[in-house]
Design a protein around this ligand. Structure first.
Ligand code: NAD
Length: 696
């Protein structure tokens, strides 16, 4: 096995270089190697100072998250950190690329820190439901002040090198970071004793101890915005300990909280989500030698809601894009929307005028579809009509380069049927963006029967380049996300008739952790969309249809399932809707009763889980974790519950099956899917299917 830590000496400085690709994880064996290297450097009479650096593209991603599930093994990270602090020779961390979590905590125990210009330094533990557990909450406040530390730790977002320098987290930024670190080590070695350590430096705490007003307000704000999440609140409490307790007591309590949180259900859910996302966004086993095509130029057909947003994604990622629509009016409208969106971002201070101009300049509007001829990928986002899409693809087949990828943004339609209108079905697939396309992270990559592996690989790689979370799915009506959304809606109207109000149902889902419930969502999207579809298909949703007959289309008309004050997006319950529901129930002879949140959750989410199982069984999704990722990123399923399939495992599939059987006595559409029933019979969960990859 290659050395995990290589040791070299440059004159009077020993350089310990961590080398454990791909992310230099500080796992158990690495900690043993680093502890031994430190001992060696301390014992080396020729070394006056010590530098800890790293090989590869980053300093270190931190401790291996899998370790949190296992008992602690000596040396733990706090053990290693204690060894650094006890060193009689100055230890300097040379940080480049990423230094996250435990890696940053290790550096905070060093006598000095320097960073490369590309360095990103952060404590992202909160994102997996934890607090930093190796001194981060006690030492970072001493480095950059408690208020700033609170913000950094609660957000879990890294500081870039210039910000880290300005905040005092590092003392220098330089391109040759190891040279900078050696210089600092020499300076410290020649300087006074005791060596500087953050644990002994309370200078940045003092002013806040003297006046806690702003800090306490920030802590209160964290609690207010936590929306049921434990970790941000615990992070804030831990930072506050720096103002109240000696550091050793603070470290002890921090570790105790960290240990407790590793077993917390929220953290387990978030860790599932973290790993599920990593797996879901891989294209999967593709034939050897499959390479994604380079995408240097794109074209988008249709400058409407989605086309405009997709064009923005390309422009944001630095890829020039041609935006095609049928008429000047449509193009003008589309561009005006894009411009307005960018202008809002500029106004919020998150984009410069210059950058906005650069992005706008990357978008070339045209009514000439022939302009697709130089695109590496064409994404179609015209109206959701099969005949129209077929006509567009026949034209793309004629006009696009032979090696171009041809993608449709359809929400429901059969990608194979669209592909079949071309002479190159292998080049066709679905790229299902979510609205607003420039904001939402989920991208369902719909693999058709004929889609070639290199075409799938191209869409997956492009999705990541656009900052999306691309998840491969198979062809069916609505793919993974929208098909399950339909299942969630089966019981929504019956619940209204039986006694629940829109605000009860939406309230149960927001209490569960969704950002909004189905009725507020319907009002936002426009109730007329579904109404028109139902008219065409003969389906019915009695209450929603009645609202649409009255011209209540949702937010855009100021009324839908709720009332909206002029210019407001806040739903207010409407007695008129309540009366309409009551009348409809009376006409149908339904006796209304009080319905609790538990029943609402069961009747909305168990059918959704069952549909997810059916989707797995059909191979439309490759694994339960992929479905979880789709629902967290596309539909706001709370990440701390892991996603619907993970959540179902926690509830117990046997219970879900039994409840669905109970509800199915009244509505056979709620019968549990065969896979759900089989797993329940066998006492298994969806997790037992992981690794059993299906085709998608
Ligand atoms: P939209 O009505 O806002 O825009 C469609 C645009 O396509 C219009 O500007 C129209 O002029 C243009 N168009 C029509 N025929 C054309 C042609 N032959 N050539 C060029 N342009 C043409 O529609 P949208 O909401 O952006 O939806 C577009 C697609 O994205 C649909 O397939 C829809 O199902 C899908 N989708 C929509 C959403 C959403 O929330 N709106 C979400 C995901 C996917």
């Amino acid at each position: 096995m290659a050395e995990l830590v290589s040791i070299s000496r440059d004159g009077d400085v020993a350089v310990l270089t961590i080398d454990n690709p791909p992310v230099n994880a500080l796992g158990h064996t690495m900690r043993i190697a680093l502890a031994a290297a430190l001992d060696g450097a301390v014992a080396d009479p020729a070394a006056k100072g010590i530098v800890i650096a790293a090989a590869g593209r980053m300093f270190s991603g931190g401790v291996d998250i899998h370790e949190f599930n296992a008992p602690a093994r000596f040396p733990t990270l706090p053990d290693l950190i204690a060894k650094v602090e006890a060193s009689p020779k100055p230890v300097v961390a040379a940080l480049h690329g990423i230094a996250y979590g435990g890696a940053l905590e290790l550096s905070l125990a060093c006598h000095g820190r320097v960073a490369a210009p590309d360095a990103k330094l952060g404590l992202p533990e909160v994102k997996i439901g934890l607090i930093p557990g190796a001194g981060g909450t006690q030492r970072l406040p001493r480095a950059i002040g408690p208020l700033k530390a609170l913000q950094v730790i609660v957000a879990g977002e890294p500081l870039a090198a210039p910000d880290a320098l300005a905040a005092g987290l590092v003392s220098a930024v330089g391109a040759d970071v190891v040279a900078e670190a050696k210089a600092l080590a020499r300076k410290l070695a020649a300087g006074p004793r005791p060596l500087p350590l953050l644990r002994n430096d309370d200078s940045k705490l003092a002013p806040v101890k003297a006046d806690r007003t702003a800090f306490d307000a920030a802590v209160a704000d964290v609690a207010k915005k936590a929306r049921g999440l434990t970790a941000p609140v615990e992070c804030a409490k831990a930072v506050a300990m720096t103002l109240e307790l000696p550091i050793d007591e603070g470290l002890k309590r921090e570790r105790a909280t960290f240990d407790a949180l590793t077993k917390d259900a929220q953290s387990l859910g978030l860790r599932h989500h973290f790993f599920a996302e990593r797996e879901a966004t891989k294209p999967g086993a593709l034939p050897a030698g499959t390479e994604p095509h380079a995408v240097a130029r794109a074209a988008v057909i249709g400058a409407g809601t989605m086309g405009g947003g997709i064009a923005m994604c390309f422009a944001n990622a630095g890829i020039p894009v041609t935006l095609v629509d049928t008429g000047d009016e449509a193009l003008k409208r589309g561009l005006a929307t894009i411009e307005r969106n960018y202008a809002t971002t500029v106004k919020r201070g998150r984009l410069s005028e210059t950058e906005m101009a650069a992005r706008m300049a990357r978008i070339t509007p045209t009514t000439d579809i022939g302009a697709v001829a130089d695109a590496d990928i064409v994404i179609e986002a015209v109206f959701e009509e099969m005949d129209l899409k077929k006509r567009v693809f026949a034209e793309l087949d004629r006009l696009a380069r032979p090696d171009a990828v041809l993608a449709t943004n359809t929400s429901y339609l059969d990608v194979d049927a669209i592909a079949a209108t071309t002479k190159r079905p292998g080049s066709v697939l679905g790229t299902h963006f979510f609205s607003p396309a420039n904001v939402m992270r989920l991208l369902e990559v719909v693999r058709g029967k004929a889609t070639r592996p290199d075409v799938l690989a191209t869409a997956m790689a492009l999705g990541r380049k656009l900052g999306k979370v691309p998840v491969p799915v198979g062809v069916c009506h609505g793919f993974v996300g929208n098909r399950m959304l339909h299942a969630r809606a089966i019981e929504a109207e019956p619940l209204l008739l039986e006694g629940a109000l829109p605000q009860d149902i939406d309230g149960a889902l927001t209490a569960f952790g969704f950002p909004m419930g189905p009725f507020a969502m319907g009002d936002m999207a426009g109730l007329d969309v579904g109404w028109r579809i139902r008219k065409a298909t003969g389906e019915q949703a009695e209450i929603a249809d009645a609202l649409c007959e009255k011209g209540r289309f949702g937010q855009k008309t100021g009324r839908g399932f709720y009332i909206y004050e002029a210019g407001s997006r806040t739903p207010t319950p409407d007695p008129e809707v309540e009366a309409l529901i009551a009348e409809t129930a009376a006409r149908r002879g339904v006796t209304r009763r009080k319905i609790g949140a538990d029943e609402i959750i069961e009747r909305l989410l168990y059918p959704l889980v069952s549909e997810g199982a059916q989707i797995l069984d059909e191979g439309i999704a490759r694994r339960p974790g992929d479905i979880d990722v789709v629902w967290v990123y596309g539909y706001g399923f709370p990440a701390w519950r892991g996603g619907p399939m993970y959540w179902a495992d926690q509830v117990g599939l046997g219970h879900i099956r039994d409840r669905l059987l109970h509800y199915a006595e009244r509505n056979p559409a709620l019968k549990p899917s065969p896979l759900l029933s089989r797993l329940a019979d066998e006492g298994r969960g969806f997790a037992s299917l992981d690794g059993v990859e299906k085709a998608a």
